[in-house]
Design a protein around this ligand. Structure first.
Ligand code: GLA
Length: 414
């Protein structure tokens, strides 16, 4: 039947061509929008970039998927295996993108099938400009074709970068890709990676599911790395740059302070503090380490179910800094069922003795319209990192926090 619609030609139309025609005639008229009902809690998964940069291939991506399952990461809630930059090969004469065949000889469809058959999901990466940050083909001018291709392959998540975009307006460029993804018909988590340059929190909520708020992270607790033309940020710098952004996040639309560096070289304390603060921020939890060879401490951090529960809480409200004194910050995050998460972050290298007398404090949050009301309500204190019961809020909390570490608690309403 399909041939009826084609002019006479001496070869059968490529299946990609048929798809494009069906798409333009039948699908484009649908009014494009953002997919609803996805990423209702911050996405959890793994991405290749932080640890491997451009050194990726299908074998290691499969191994990472296997490791996600065997290490317990999948059971802990991680589901996406995201391939970052350098999977791209070339565009064919019709403009369709093909993976780098030396690195991905079996193609992306086969890799997607591999993930799906194991109960995982697959993400890829592109860029709004002509070229990606690593110089591979970008999606500019090919957005609808690329979205169709991703849908055909079975892709579940797209990280869309902002290199080589001279003359492009970010709202327009990201809206074009949003509409293209919607028109292609497969719900795909849309991760906006514009580094916070054009204040995406102000406009990205109706376009994407998460948006980077800053430049790239590094596995450094509080020292930025200056590369000359760009600066790679420390975990603490990124944390500070989240100030004032919490009101823009919520189910389906998250501030993204970048992927995790847990297991990539910081100390155990620093990794724990980094992970805890990302959970307090309701940040996407995208691991960036080698899942095939995780130290037990790294695994214990990434898979801590009580910390993950703080991140994934269905209220979807980011935490906030309540106080800061002598290098110790106290953060609170409202949770479902009247609970709260509380995190005391020691930014100093030296251990700090802290005392927090709940009776003297009133924690109120104008965003969630919640307050702790410690005078009338008692909360049990669960130490999220040791699993210990630390009494309740009727007694002052006294603790010593090692340098670059946290005390993270769940306040369980009694
Ligand atoms: C940018 C992004 C990174 C990574 C690289 C890939 O720097 O911010 O997260 O995707 O590009 O080239």
């Amino acid at each position: 039947m399909a041939n009826v619609y084609f002019p006479r030609r001496n070869c059968a139309p490529a299946s990609a061509e048929i798809l494009l025609i069906v798409f333009v005639t039948l699908v484009v008229p649908v009014r494009a929008q953002k997919f609803g009902g996805i990423a209702l809690t911050p996405p959890m998964g793994w991405n290749s970039w932080n640890k491997f940069g451009p050194n990726i291939n299908e074998q290691m991506i499969r191994e990472m998927a296997d490791a996600m399952i065997s290490s317990g990461m999948k059971a802990a809630g991680y589901e996406f295996i995201n391939i970052d930059d350098t999977w791209e090969g070339y565009r064919d004469s019709l403009g369709f993108i093909h993976p780098d065949s030396a690195r991905f000889p079996h193609g992306l469809r086969a890799l997607a099938d591999y993930m799906h058959s194991r109960g995982l999901k697959i993400g890829i990466y592109s860029d709004a400009g002509d070229k990606t940050c690593a110089g591979r083909p970008g999606s500019r001018g090919h957005e609808y074709q690329d979205a169709l291709t991703y849908a055909k392959w079975g892709i579940d998540y797209l990280k869309y970068d902002w290199c080589n975009t001279d003359g492009l307006n970010p709202v327009g460029a990201y809206t074009t890709m949003r509409d293209a993804l919607y028109s292609a018909g497969r719900p795909i988590v849309f991760s906006i990676c514009e580094w916070g340059n054009a204040n995406p929190w102000l406009w990205a909520g109706s376009i994407g599911n998460l948006w980077r708020t800053t430049g790239d992270i590094s596995a450094n607790f509080d020292h930025n790395i200056d590369h000359g033309t760009w600066v790679q940020l420390s975990v603490m710098s990124i944390l500070d740059l989240q100030n004032g952004l919490r009101e823009y996040a919520g189910p389906g639309r998250w501030n993204d302070p970048d992927m995790l560096e847990v297991g990539n070289g910081m100390s155990g304390s620093e990794d724990r503090a980094h992970f805890s603060m990302w959970c307090m921020l309701a940040a996407p939890l995208i691991a960036g380490n080698d899942l095939r060879e995780m130290a037990p401490e790294t695994k214990a951090i990434l898979e801590n179910s009580d910390a993950i529960a703080v991140d994934q809480d269905s209220l979807g409200i980011e935490g906030f800094r309540y106080s800061s004194a002598d290098s110790v910050e106290v953060w609170f995050k409202p949770l479902t069922k009247g609970d709260w998460a509380m995190c005391l972050l020691n930014r100093s290298v030296k251990a700090k003795r802290v005392s927090f007398n709940f009776a003297d404090e009133t924690v109120s949050d104008s965003l969630s319209h919640r307050d702790t009301d410690f005078g009338k309500t008692t909360y049990a204190l669960l130490d999220i990192w040791t699993g210990k019961d630390l009494g309740n809020t009727n007694e002052p909390l006294d603790a010593e926090i090692p340098g670059h570490d946290v005390l993270m608690l769940r306040l369980v309403k009694e």
